[in-house]
Design a protein around this ligand. Structure first.
Ligand SMILES: *Cc1c(COP(=O)(O)O)cnc(C)c1O
Length: 397
């Protein structure tokens, strides 16, 4: 795959190209639910389908639309839709296309919320989800039937940072489409890598979903989700989004606009720090293993090298002494913060069996590759030497 430099140019920072307002340097917040018509002619034009007439902020809002344009640009996509959260983006995108009687093929190591949505909600709508075994999705051909509507996956996965060979998976999907003469939609969650480290559209993925709460937002101060892709698909999602109602609010969109200005700088630094921290922890006597796609020891390093531009800011370690030791380490950290979530400027740690994978059966944990002694680290923007020293003292405590 051709590797590109991060695509955030000056245009994505300023966004004036798609900015309809000439005056302000920053983005005005249109904090309004509704819009005053000049006269009823506006209402009539709206009724006739004129997209330039704003009527109600669940349908469209200038601040939200501006940021959507920027997100589409950054992703090299025709269109983007911003949602109130990553889960709103994921669930709305899925229910737009997958209906009663359809089947989904997916990876067991999904984000916990998506996994529970598949496990606890979709069966009630008569939608079957089949999980690939082995988890790498290296061979899913036996799972695809004429009823398969969607192949849904993420890479790197949470929390083991396993890598799915995106191009290889797309080849399998293309072959199955031909075999059954069907169209299978592919949807990928790019939250962990972000578009700066991984560009799924270049491998032919149809739709990319992302929790913008994480790296795009980047400051642990907002919830947001985004779907990007071709206009033909996004228009359908936009219609159902109006009625499921998980729309973004203008203030959140403004915060994302700010976040996008430093998106490249943050992710580049987090890539660098995660690489250094993972290398240091790999040598630590209290650490059994370090999972980071950028390490030569990572089981999928060669695929990661092929398809990723940078290896991201997420590192998972397994400590000697199981979950009790993992708890002690997390409580002894002074720089890293013991909190769920990821992608922010503060380094966060969490224990998967107490957070993303809480209340899962031993069988489910095994299929997700999760062990009790794991600590997931989201590397922030602190001085990396401070972080290395902090983990060293906590591991020795
Ligand atoms: C957090 C997360 C989500 C869900 O996003 P929210 O903004 O919390 O709704 C989905 N996928 C991944 C990989 C995530 O980390």
């Amino acid at each position: 795959m051709k590797k590109k430099k991060p695509a955030l140019s000056t245009k994505a920072i300023h966004g004036t190209a798609m900015h309809p307002y000439r005056g302000p340097v920053s983005l005005p917040i249109y904090q309004t639910s509704t819009y005053r018509f000049k006269n009823s002619g506006d209402a009539i034009r709206y009724a006739q389908g004129d997209p330039t007439v704003y009527v109600y902020s669940r349908y469209h809002n200038p601040t939200v639309n501006d940021v959507e344009g920027k997100l589409a640009f950054v992703n090299d996509a025709e269109s983007a839709i911003l949602f109130a959260s990553g889960m709103a983006a994921i669930s709305t995108a899925i229910v737009t296309f997958v209906h009663s009687g359809d089947e989904i093929v997916s990876i067991p190591a999904l984000y916990g919320g998506t996994y529970r949505f598949f496990r606890d909600v979709l069966p009630g709508n008569n939608i079957v989800v089949k999980y690939s075994e082995p988890a790498s999705m290296a061979d899913i051909s036996h799972l695809i039937t004429p009823k398969t509507k969607l192949v849904y996956f993420e890479t790197p996965t949470n929390p083991t940072l396993s890598i799915v060979d995106i191009a290889g998976l797309m080849k399998q999907v293309k072959a199955a489409e031909k075999k059954f003469s069907i169209r299978i939609l592919t949807m990928m969650d790019n939250t962990f890598a972000t578009v700066l480290n991984q560009r799924p559209f270049e491998s032919g993925v149809d739709l990319v979903v992302e929790s913008a709460t994480k790296y795009i937002g980047g400051h642990s101060d907002l919830l947001a989700g985004v779907v990007t892709g071709p206009r033909s698909l996004l228009d359908k999602i936009r219609t159902s989004a109006k009625y499921y109602g998980g729309c973004a609010d203008p203030f959140m969109a403004y915060l994302l606009f700010r976040s996008l200005k430093t998106f490249v700088l943050r992710v580049q630094e987090q890539n660098r720090s995660a690489r250094r921290l993972s290398a240091a922890l790999e040598k630590h006597p209290k650490v059994i293993r370090v999972l980071y796609p950028g390490l030569k020891s990572h089981p999928h390093h060669s695929i990661a090298k092929k398809q990723m531009i940078g290896f991201g800011g997420m590192v998972t370690i397994e400590v000697r002494g199981g979950v009790r030791k993992a708890v002690r380490v997390c409580d002894a950290l002074n720089v890293a913060v013991n909190a769920m979530s990821l992608g922010g400027v503060e380094t966060l740690v969490s224990i998967p069996v107490y957070s993303s994978h809480v209340n899962m059966t031993p069988k489910e944990l095994a299929s997700h590759g999760v062990t009790p002694g794991m600590i997931r680290i989201s590397v922030g923007l602190e001085d990396v030497d401070d972080l290395i020293a902090d983990f060293d003292q906590a591991l020795r405590a």
